[in-house]
Design a protein around this ligand. Structure first.
Ligand code: SAM
Length: 543
């Protein structure tokens, strides 16, 4: 029997070598796509707005680069997403970029978007994803296994191309959302002008151990131990050592993280890409020396996996000190977006610089999320449909939001003006195009059907109900609503078949039985003067 005894998992470990990172990887590998089902937060970095902001920067970058380097148009621009996860962001980014290219009639720029992750389970999910398929078929999206903690060749799975300086003729654009916080860090303390390594000890209850390893990361307790660093070449790398030295001199009393896992990945990607990188990263983090001062030992936030605050300042210093550039968004509460370049200065690329100012520094993904969160927490209080419609527009008709508010939205239809309802109806195709299937989530196509059904546009309702079937399968509510629309469109033979399918799924449904009887009579040539079950009930409510 297991006792309440504490077990030491490890003692005085350099943070980047802690078992926590192995546990983190095991978590993501085991969970695959399920990590995003009510466990790891994703919305903040995987919504159509942030994807649009990135596209608004990457397109001018490709154009600026091609203008300065006329040969560039002969080669694709590769855009690689690290730690991609669900693929929701990837889909919205490629969609946004193509829309922008179409709107500006840009036909002579080639790009290939590489969705990468260290776990095969995520790649498997992307390979069968219906939203990604058209882009994969056109060669616009490819997949690659890439573990940021190891230097192994990176090969595009479909094109069978290995990334190398010969292939990456144009700069490699890298997206690192919510991943620099997930891979390994070192940790340090500065106090009275001295620099210390912060070493980690992990303990847990014996009950939380199985096969010699902890089961639940959240039940791990962390203790810290400091050890003075007397050398000025801790890493034996002048770039990293000079940042540490700078912190030792400038910081008063604090502990901070040093993103070594991210640095190793960046150095490897620099080698692959002839030292030419453009990196966009959105995460929680610190971007100034001042904000790194007077902090306690690093907090680890567990949410299925765990994450830390990213030291964007150190990443920025690294790029600036090695001939590149860094644009760190002025601090916002929550996430912030940073842009880094290697091999060229951002400020030398006029359109790119302007776009970064517009989409990172001004109304940014962080601002969008702050506004959205306020609305998300109080939409029930909003009784004007036009305000909800404006929020949906700001969110670029995001199904994730629509699914949260659709019941409320439907309840407001009756008291709303025709213009607003028309506006929403007009944008429903955009909402449908943004549907990115994730397991165990509601299907927005069904809910769009309910919207049209509620405004008595049965043709559109039927169209969306039929397209929802592929995702939700055989469901009573779907069949029942589909059959109602078929009946309203005088497709009574179809309606009968569909009501019967509904009845199989819920043989007790009185309404379904009444409808079947009513339609059978109608098809037999009788029952014209008889009221339909909908007329008998005062109004018809879709399920
Ligand atoms: C916190 S999630 C972020 C997912 C996505 N980028 C987002 O913004 O929602 C971290 C992702 O990184 C992946 N990951 C974890 N460790 C990694 C590593 N060492 N190399 C590459 N990917 C890793 C996980 O499988 C997971 O998909």
């Amino acid at each position: 029997m297991k006792s309440d005894r504490k077990v030491i998992i490890e003692k005085h470990k350099k943070f980047s070598q802690s078992a926590l990172w192995r546990l983190q990887r095991e978590y993501f590998d085991k969970e695959g796509i399920n990590a995003w089902v009510n466990q790891v937060p994703f919305y903040i970095t995987s919504n159509p707005f942030i994807a649009m902001c990135y596209a608004k920067i990457v397109l001018p970058f490709m154009l600026d680069w091609s203008k300065k380097n006329p040969e560039a148009k002969k080669h694709p621009f590769y855009v690689m997403e690290l730690g991609t996860g669900s693929g929701r962001f990837s889909y919205y980014f490629v969609k946004s970029l193509l829309e922008l290219m179409k709107a500006q009639d840009i036909q002579d720029i080639q790009f290939c978007y590489i969705m990468s992750d260290f776990t095969k389970h995520n790649i498997k999910y992307w390979e069968s994803h219906p939203s990604l398929k058209p882009y994969v078929d056109q060669g616009l999206i490819d997949f690659a296994l890439f573990d940021m903690e190891t230097e192994r060749p990176v090969t595009l799975i479909n094109k069978n191309i290995r990334l190398s300086p010969d292939v990456l003729v144009n700069p490699l654009t890298v997206f690192a959302n919510y991943i620099f916080d997930t891979v390994s860090h070192d940790a340090f303390t500065v106090h009275e002008g001295k620099l210390y390594e912060l070493l980690f000890s992990l303990t847990t209850d014996e009950k939380n151990m199985e096969n010699n390893r902890p089961v639940d990361m959240e039940k791990i307790e962390v203790d810290y131990h400091i050890h003075e660093i007397k050398t000025s070449s801790y890493y034996g790398n002048p770039h990293f050592d000079s940042i540490l030295e700078d912190y030792k001199n400038k910081l008063v009393s604090t502990s901070f993280l040093f993103p070594m896992g991210s640095f190793n990945a960046i150095r490897f990607l620099k080698k692959l890409a002839n030292d030419k990188l453009l990196i966009l990263s959105t995460d929680k983090g610190y971007s100034t020396v001042e904000s790194l001062d007077h902090l306690g030992h690093p907090a680890i936030s567990f949410h299925g996996s765990f994450s830390m605050m990213v030291n964007f300042h150190a990443i920025g210093e690294y790029f600036k000190n090695s001939g590149g550039d860094a644009f760190l968004q002025t601090p916002r509460k929550g996430i912030r977006t940073s842009v880094f370049s290697s091999g060229f200065k951002l400020s030398d690329l006029t359109q790119t610089w302007h776009a970064i100012d517009e989409w990172v520094e001004r109304f940014s993904p962080a601002d969008y999320f702050a506004l959205h969160s306020r609305m998300r927490d109080s939409y029930q209080e909003v009784t004007q449909l036009d305000i909800i419609a404006s929020h949906l527009e700001l969110a670029r008709w995001d199904p994730h939001i629509y699914l949260k508010i659709c019941n409320h939205l439907i309840s407001l239809l009756e008291s709303s003006d025709a213009e607003t309802i028309d506006f929403i109806a007009h944008n429903m195709p955009r909402l449908a195009e943004n549907y990115y299937f994730m397991p165990k989530t509601e299907c927005v196509l069904f809910e769009i059907g309910v919207f049209f059904h509620a405004i008595k546009n049965y043709e559109q309702a039927l169209k969306y109900y039929l397209s929802a079937h592929e995702f939700v399968g055989d469901q009573f509510g779907l069949f029942y609503n589909t059959a109602l629309c078929q009946h309203h469109l005088d497709k009574n033979e179809d309606a009968l078949v569909t009501f019967n399918k509904a009845l199989v799924l819920d043989p007790e449904s009185k309404e379904t039985q009444e409808w079947i009887t009513f339609i059978e009579k109608k098809l037999a040539g009788g029952g014209d003067e008889e009221k339909s079950p909908a007329d008998r009930a005062e109004e018809e409510k879709p399920e």
